[in-house]
Design a protein around this ligand. Sequence first.
Ligand code: PSV
Ligand code: MN
Ligand code: MN
Length: 430
Amino acid sequence: MSSQLIDRSVIDAHNARLQRDLDSDYAHLGEQLARRGVDIETVRAQVAAFGVAIPSWGVGTGGTRFARFPGQGEPRHVFDKLQDCGVIQQLARATPTVSLHIPWDKCSDWAELRQTATAYGLAFDAMNSNTFSDQKGQAHSYKYGSLTHSDAATRAQAVAHNLECIEIGQKLGSKALTVWVGDGSNFPGQQHFRRAFDRYLDSSAQIYAGLPADWRMFLEHKIAEPAFYSTVIQDWGSSYLAASALGPKAQCLVDLGHHAPNVNIELIVARLIAAGKLAGFHFNDSKYGDDDLDAGSVSPYRLFLVFNELVAAAHEGVPFEPAYMLDQSHNVTDPIESLMTSAVQVLRTYAQALLVDRHALDAAQDGNDAMTATHLLKQGFQTDVTPILQRVRLDAGGAIDPVGAYRASGYRQRVGAERPAAAGGGGGIV
Ligand code: PSV
Ligand code: MN
Ligand code: MN
């Protein structure tokens, strides 16, 4: 990284205080894992190669439908957002890519944005389109839908916006377009279900036709909100039907907060892997709905069970290439601290899933030994892999304790002085 956002000396001083403990903890964990037949160095290398994208909208303070309480030094535009993402990557070393949202992240010089990202050690992940809110000056409103609207001109406008997102993404080196539409209805009878879905397929096919050869289209389903009676792409079944109709470049993206409470998301993940249709994830956690809480903050075991499916499929050589992204909204924490913590949580969960003895699990499953099988999963989940995560960060030039180093750096206070408080800034609150 050529552009150091946090002074190297701050990180080094912080690491120097923690390194001895880390060395001892790492050696101890290495011994423990060796007794289980696991080579800690192999796990470390796998974790080091894992990355999760930051949502550009996540570095702004979120809000709810009731209020938004601006945070200190909120990013004013996409360059500020990128700078915050650069800090996250510099300290936590788990987030080498950023996922942009258009038009929230529109700028006048995409080449400059790309150069800036490179200087921070960042690249661009999937582009996200937005036809769930009206933009200034647009000809047709999305109040009653976008890609599925009953009016052809409104659908055409939504298609054109998605094509523009692809065009921008090509300038940035992105390779995927994520499409989430809130289209649906609030009253029984308001919408003809089959016709609305047909219109979705027709509009999406026009977007699909505009995909460059090496691009993928991620269809993101969500059970409800903003439509509260029916949503056109409300579940993985609808998403799968659409992705299948569109073609091989279309796949289904799983946002963990987009399901009914208690839905078995890991089973959905397994089904999509088997069908060759798993696009990737928006990681977050939830208690009630699309809460967009920090990944693993409420139900870390649920996240583990998702990773268990991913690691099992990779272990079995199933060909798949999921895109990993966070999608969170931060109302009461510093977004940089939340995003670093969530990225670390994702890596932690991946490492824990890597520890599961796959051969023993196969044997327990084949032998119908439910207790051994579930113990094997718990053994991975209950292992404290913190020393591995710390070592990975240290080796990559990051901070052993990212939040501690971040607080010591005074970055938030510094940008607080440069960026005046704004009532509306920061991007999405959806
Ligand atoms: C919708 O709830 C969603 O999960 C989609 O990914 C949007 O792009 C994002 O949130 C906006 O905040
Ligand atoms: Mn999402
Ligand atoms: Mn969401």
